[in-house]
Design a protein around this ligand. Structure first.
Ligand SMILES: Nc1ncnc2c1ncn2[C@@H]1O[C@H](COP(=O)(O)OP(=O)(O)OP(=O)(O)O)[C@@H](O)[C@H]1O
Length: 259
């Protein structure tokens, strides 16, 4: 069974989510291996974002187990899940729009800093050092994402493609093990989509993150993913390599055939 694979980093078993009379997610199971790039695709309303919301701690699933390195994180809440190394972006960019790009990256690190109220109050050496590390880390990621020149600009005033990169930077400053991207290519131009693919591959290569993404852009999905789960009406209909998925009759009928 996929879920019991010793190499899998993130394991999802028997996941379902009910909203009143609607079973939005039903019997989803998959695993993501260390450093794997794994995509979830499916028509609008298939339940992809609901799966993301369950995994990232925003929803408590109706049934099912979600294990991160063997630890069940289902229903723990997004802060706790983030502390365990699993962070996400959102379909609609969710930055602090009136804070600068730099401030967004500092705030993101705050709950990860090894300081407490007293050290903050007395501005101890340990506190100052950890603030300095957070600043250097934030500047590093602004550089990495090509956003350094916008450090002091309000996030809400950045170009859309830059906001998307800042959102990924906001995840990376916390040194995650699993990076979850919800439709990262939405609203990007063709060049930005190419850059996004290189960025995802580079983050995996250089920082060892596993990447779990939801995406409608088939050229990005097929180009970057090692395995793909296809959902329809909350149910899994196929799971496999991009080559296998593109040949799968049910997938062609349900999804790719619509293109
Ligand atoms: N909080 C909620 N309360 C009630 N119904 C919901 C809720 N969230 C999602 N749904 C419903 O669950 C189903 C799955 O929605 P979901 O957003 O997960 O699909 P999706 O595959 O991510 O779609 P898209 O590709 O359009 O983002 C839809 O019918 C949606 O209306």
């Amino acid at each position: 069974m996929a879920g019991s694979d010793k190499n899998s980093f993130l394991q999802i078993e028997g996941l379902s989510m009910r909203f009143g009379g609607l079973l939005a997610v039903d019997g989803i199971a998959f695993d993501v291996k260390e450093r794997e790039i794994f995509a979830i695709i499916g028509p609008n309303g298939a339940g992809k974002t609901t799966v993301f919301n369950c995994i990232s701690g925003f929803y408590r699933p109706t049934t099912g187990a979600i294990r991160l390195q063997g630890r069940d994180i289902a229903g723990q809440g997004s802060h706790s899940v983030a502390l365990h190394g699993l962070v996400r972006t959102f379909q609609n960019v969710r930055l602090f729009k009136h804070m600068t790009a730099l401030e967004n990256l500092l705030v993101a690190q705050h709950r990860h800093l090894s300081t407490n109220l007293l050290t903050g109050l007395f501005k101890t050496r340990g506190y100052r050092e950890s603030e300095e590390r957070a600043l250097q880390n934030a500047l590093f990621w602004l550089d990495y994402m090509g956003l350094r020149e916008f450090a002091n600009r309000e996030a809400g005033n950045l170009a859309y493609g830059h906001q998307r990169r800042l959102e990924i930077a906001r995840c990376m400053v916390t040194q995650p093990r699993v990076l979850m991207l919800d439709e990262p290519a939405a609203g990007l131009n063709p060049q930005e989509k190419k850059d996004l693919q290189s960025l995802i591959e580079k983050l995996r290569q250089e920082y060892g993150v596993a990447v779990l993404l939801i995406e409608h852009d088939m050229s990005l999905v097929m180009g970057v993913s090692e395995r793909i789960l296809v959902m329809e009406y909350g149910r899994p209909i196929a799971l496999g390599t991009p080559e296998a998925i593109q040949k799968d009759e049910r997938v062609i009928k349900a999804y790719l055939g619509e293109e």
